[in-house]
Design a protein around this ligand. Structure first.
Ligand SMILES: [Ca+2]
Ligand SMILES: [Ca+2]
Ligand SMILES: [Ca+2]
Length: 145
């Protein structure tokens, strides 16, 4: 029995070692435990993905530079997709991505366009597609379509 437990223990250590020596697959990074791999877009996205929660560690996220296509919320911690800015849905925990003053001053990135309210950005393909995408319904405005 003792031998059996020893084998289990050694095997456990070995697989831990092996796991920590293994690289993550493409676009994935290690958690602080050095074992678990998570998608890089999950770093500082506001949800715990690492079992040790290191992907949302405050100090780490403060220093973290968001991946390409992602931007920091005003809290300087959370990264959200750049296209989530002013899209009408709250993505930042602090709601800064939908802040009225911020959105009014923000230009939509192509291929997104402003709704008439001057706040919300919607994909140009959603213009005149028969569904309301702007909160003010200006994307289906009869005169504009
Ligand atoms: Ca996360
Ligand atoms: Ca948003
Ligand atoms: Ca539409």
């Amino acid at each position: 029995m003792a031998n059996f437990l020893l084998i289990i223990f050694v095997y456990g250590c070995f697989s831990l070692l092996l796991a920590s020596a293994t690289k993550c697959e493409r676009n994935h990074v290690k958690c602080r435990d050095g074992i678990q791999c998570v998608f890089h877009g999950f770093l500082c996205d506001g949800l715990n993905n690492c079992d040790d929660q290191s992907d949302e560690d405050e100090d780490f996220c403060k220093a973290n530079i968001c991946q390409d296509g992602y931007v920091k919320c005003q809290d300087n911690l959370q990264c959200v997709r750049a296209i989530a800015l002013c899209d009408g849905y709250h993505s930042c925990r602090d709601n800064s991505d939908e802040d009225q003053d911020f959105c009014r001053a923000t230009k939509c990135k192509e291929p997104y366009e402003k709704c008439k309210d001057g706040l919300q950005c919607v994909h140009y393909a959603f213009k005149c597609d028969g569904d309301y995408d702007c909160r003010d319904q200006s994307d289906e405005d009869e005169d504009a379509c």
